[in-house]
Design a protein around this ligand. Structure first.
Ligand SMILES: [Zn+2]
Length: 458
């Protein structure tokens, strides 16, 4: 007897969309079946040919918990994720008090999140100046990856110089650890910003000019060179521009162990949005010139950019003000997007680009699961995997409004976006956690660690 039979589904796999049924037993996918095969089950759900997608994995969110919980917290962030069809998030180690720099802090953060998450979660560890000796214990403690800044990261974190990055890549290679990089060149950005602030040039255009695409290209060039030299793996975070993606495409062609992500805001918006509509559109790297997004899409389509993540980076609305002495430079840089990424990407891929929904199964599930060592448990509609999935109603029209957002601070650059195709139900390990925009049930999200690590431990 199965626990749940999902009937008459359009199953979205990494290769195809096929009609079928899916059976769940003990929280896992027990069978993927043709339409005619219907094993007995305690509960049956007839999808009437709606799409069934693997639960999305957002490899890059900032839930700010503990420490900065006026911006977001785990209950709000993870409820938003569940409603948006995201069943697993990887939370970042900065904008945490303290930053997640060693195994003790990691364990403390993990303990504090118990019973407060509505989706499954893994935690990034820090990769900062002071914690080289802590990396082995962090990896053994279950850090999903390690986040490194090449530019000024803000108050609670330190960036690394290239010689330090080289040494850390060597350490992580031995540990089978993965480093993720915020790629913007420290010197270029610091100099550009200092010059403008000194000259009183503090407007939106000045902010953009101080963070040129060349700074991102230079940083990615440096990382790729160190990957080649050390053989350590690197994940390039939030690629904002096709020229940067082209560098990564060539590196992959040369066989370098590099992966990359981008976000919906880089695919949908441009500098014009920041200039005309304000700091809701401020992020770093910044939005790029009109036309860049169009070209960036080609690199999603050809597989250069492996993952679509949100880089959900919320703030209080007052922190978005640009009326202080640093003008636009002083406004919070970050966009909230964990709830809207799946519907935006679906609408973009399926309706705007007339591409196959298999891209969602790849970029939002199988690829992040594979890169971060969870594939086999998470990331696909396959027998033995956790029964994490989304029912997608391709005909459902939507508009993103503040009232629709579950964030602690319910505003976003995506408010006003409209489209078609909405996750209407979300299942986590076989349990329905969300039904037509409403959370059902308690916070039963579980902490996850990389499976690569667990095999080594055995
Ligand atoms: Zn981020």
């Amino acid at each position: 007897m199965m626990d749940l039979l999902v009937r008459n589904a359009r199953l979205v796999t990494v290769n195809e969309v096929k009609m079928g049924n899916l059976a769940v037993k003990d929280g896992r996918i027990a069978a993927v079946l043709p339409l005619a095969e219907m094993p007995d089950a305690l509960e049956t759900l007839d999808l009437q040919y709606k799409y069934l997608l693997p639960g999305a994995i957002d490899d890059h969110v900032h839930f700010n918990d503990p420490g900065y919980t006026w911006r977001e917290d785990f209950p709000h962030g993870s409820r938003a994720a569940a409603i948006g069809g995201v069943t697993t998030v990887f939370d970042m180690p900065m904008q945490n008090k303290p930053a997640v720099a060693d195994a003790a802090i990691f364990a403390q953060k993990k303990a504090g999140l118990q019973g407060r998450a509505y989706v499954d979660y893994a935690l990034w560890g820090a990769l900062i100046r002071t914690n080289a000796a802590a990396l082995a214990d962090l990896q053994a403690g279950g850090a999903i990856a390690f986040k490194c800044f090449m530019c000024d990261p803000g108050k609670d974190y330190t960036e690394l110089r290239l010689d330090e990055i080289e040494q850390r890549l060597q350490i992580l290679k031995k540990l089978h650890g993965l480093a993720g990089f915020h790629c913007e060149d420290y010197v270029m950005i610091r100099t550009g910003e200092a010059e403008r602030l000194a000259a009183g040039q503090i407007g939106r255009q000045d902010y953009l000019a101080a963070r040129p695409v060349e700074a991102e290209e230079k940083a990615v060039y440096d990382i790729l060179r160190l990957v080649e030299k050390t053989g350590g793996r690197a994940h390039i975070c939030h690629v904002s521009h096709p020229q940067v993606a082209e560098q990564i495409r060539r590196a992959k062609q040369r066989g370098l162990p590099v992966s990359a992500e981008t976000c919906m805001h880089y695919l949908l918006f441009s500098t014009q949005d920041l200039l005309e509509r304000g700091t809701a559109f401020k992020c770093s790297p910044p939005l790029r010139e009109p036309g860049a997004a169009e070209a960036l899409w080609e690199y999603v389509l050809d597989g250069t950019l492996d993952c679509i993540c949100s880089d959900h980076s919320p703030s209080a609305i007052e922190e978005k003000e640009e009326t202080g002495e640093k003008g636009t430079f002083g406004a919070w840089g970050g966009i909230s997007g964990v709830q809207s990424a799946v519907q935006l990407f679906w609408d973009f891929v399926v309706n705007k680009k007339q591409a196959s929904p298999v891209l969602l199964a790849r970029c939002m599930a199988a690829n992040p699961a594979g890169i971060f060592g969870l594939y086999g448990r998470k990331g696909a509609l396959q027998v033995g995997f956790d029964a994490d999935f989304i029912v997608m109603d391709a005909e459902q029209e939507w508009e993103i409004t503040p009232a629709s957002l579950q964030y602690l601070n319910p505003f976003s650059a995506f408010c006003g976006c409209r489209g078609k195709g909405l996750p209407v139900m979300t299942f986590l390990r076989g349990h329905r956690i969300c039904d037509h925009g409403r959370i059902c049930g308690p916070a039963e999200g579980q902490w996850l660690h990389s499976m690569e690590e667990s095999e080594e431990k055995r």
